[in-house]
Design a protein around this ligand. Structure first.
Ligand code: NIG
Ligand code: FE
Length: 412
């Protein structure tokens, strides 16, 4: 029998400021200024089948359901395009060690760091990892995040890397707004053999067995590598990413975080979707990113939490790169997930303007996940996911930083 399901039309009205980000979309997130926020005053949004069908100002059209937003400020959801939400255990004690003057890399060498999370994650079940991830997702949503990227990388063996990605697959059944990334090359597996030998063997396992399983079971959209002294070299990264691309995975890189590895340039060469961190990116790297389609993702919370320098976001923006801001939420280098605070830090420390930061946390994040066709803006055809703020003006989010003025995150 043929039948049709009638979806109701909904109109959200009484919006004091509606940030559409129409300009950011039209300019693909580059050379952003205040006009690119596309602000409408006294506005309304019409939604059907989870999509925006109409929007405008003044007299509100009649729909099946009319929802009063009580003079609030509305914008698209934030997109957190770089997180490590699926892990077990805590490393709160490392925070104290850093407060006593030890660096992230020194702490890692002393046996803490990523490897300590690997141990606790290896002994967790899929169900435990699922519950931990859902809890992290729910905490992120409270600050306006409606789409999240999540990485593996705390297993460093076949079983646990797949377990992390399986747990994320389970999370997606409740919350589908997640993009998974396989990050087997996050560190070198622990063991008794010489580190270089362990790394060589692991790269073989990763490229011959793991990538195949990840691709076959459709467990990830992206593949990420930590290009850094003591982790993966440029050559090793190239090899891993090229193999991943053969399996249909898109590339992302942890690039130039603690030292300049030429990883910004490498990301462009490999046609990576994004190059993330970039604290130590060279001028050559900045130029390469600006002239490419690779998103320059800054993670201001990591610099803030580790007390390090800030990525040259202003320079990247001036030269024409598309910037994304993400949290890098993880148990070690940044254990804060308040997305509003990430933008605040990007404004005061990376020296982005309010408009640049908002566009980077919304449109830039969407582009860094290749979902910018549907997400990152509120125009005709956009996904109807938006933040509703109890504020007089969008600047209040930062003006009153540390306070959360988000009233609702609507999945219409
Ligand atoms: O993005 N840089 C490598 N990975 C993470 C840190 C992960 C951890 O410390 O557990 C990062 O900063
Ligand atoms: Fe990271």
């Amino acid at each position: 029998m043929l039948y049709s399901v009638y979806m109701k039309t909904k109109v959200y009205y009484n919006i004091k400021q509606l940030l559409t980000l129409e300009g950011a979309k039209a300019k693909d997130g580059r050379k952003i200024n205040k006009d690119d926020l596309g602000i409408l005053h006294n506005a309304w949004l019409c939604v059907k089948d989870n999509k925006i069908t109409e929007l405008g100002t003044g007299k509100t059209p009649v729909a099946d359901e009319n929802i009063n937003l009580n003079n609030s400020v509305v914008m698209p959801c934030f997109v957190d395009s770089h997180t490590h939400i699926t892990y077990a255990g805590t490393r709160a004690q490392e925070f104290e060690l850093r407060s006593e003057g030890k660096s992230y890399l020194d702490i890692a060498k002393a046996g803490y760091g990523i490897i300590s999370t690997v141990k606790s994650t290896r002994s967790a079940s899929v169900k435990e990892l699922k519950d931990i991830s859902i809890n992290n997702v729910n905490r992120m949503k409270k600050f306006g995040v409606g789409f999240i990227e999540a990485k593996s990388g705390y297993g460093l063996d076949v079983e646990t890397e797949l377990k992390q990605l399986e747990a994320l697959k389970e999370v997606k059944k409740d919350f589908p707004f997640i993009a998974s990334t396989f990050m087997g090359a996050h560190d070198i597996p622990p063991g008794n053999e010489d580190k270089e030998k362990r790394k060589k063997d692991y790269i073989e396992l990763l490229t011959n067995e793991l990538l195949k399983k990840v691709a076959e079971n459709k467990l990830a959209k992206f593949c990420d590598v930590f290009v850094e002294e003591g982790y993966y070299t440029k050559e090793e990264t190239k090899h891993i990413i090229k193999e991943a691309q053969k399996h249909g995975l898109k590339a992302k890189l942890h690039a130039d975080e603690f030292t300049d590895q030429g990883a910004g340039e490498l990301a462009v060469e490999l046609k990576a979707v994004s190059a993330d961190h970039l604290l130590c990116v060279s001028d050559k790297g900045i130029q390469a990113l600006a002239n490419s389609n690779t998103v320059a993702t800054i993670l201001p919370g990591t610099s803030f939490n580790l007390g390090l320098k800030y990525a040259p976001a202003k320079k990247l923006a001036e030269q024409g790169a598309c910037i994304a801001i993400a949290s890098d939420f993880n148990p070690g280098s940044n254990s804060g997930l308040n997305f509003q605070l990430m933008l605040m830090i990007a404004i005061t420390q990376n020296k982005l303007s309010v408009a640049q930061a908002l566009c980077a946390g919304i449109y830039g994040g969407a582009k860094a996940l290749e979902i910018e066709k549907d997400y990152g803006h509120l125009v005709k055809g956009s996904m109807a996911i938006f933040q509703v703020y109890d504020a007089n003006d969008y600047n209040d989010i930062f003006y009153n930083y540390g306070e959360n003025r988000l009233k609702d995150l609507v999945f219409a």
